[in-house]
Design a binder for this molecule. Structure first.
Ligand SMILES: [Zn+2]
Length: 56
């Protein structure tokens, strides 16, 4: 997997997150593996920018 850089501050993004929906309907990120076809997420540890991508 290519390393993704934050588009705002150009730091290396922490990857390996997936999106969860809590009982109130709010989205949150949790560390976890994603299967092909699921949406994975990376987050910038500096500014909090989130990148979503389709797991290949
Ligand atoms: Zn950033």
């Amino acid at each position: 997997m290519n390393e993704r850089m934050c588009p705002s501050c150009h730091q290396k993004m922490a990857e390996g997150y997936k999106i969860k929906v809590n009982t109130y309907g709010a989205l949150k990120l949790e560390p976890g593996r994603t299967k092909p076809g699921e949406i994975a997420a990376g987050v910038c540890p500096v500014c909090g920018q989130i990148a979503l991508y389709l797991q290949k």
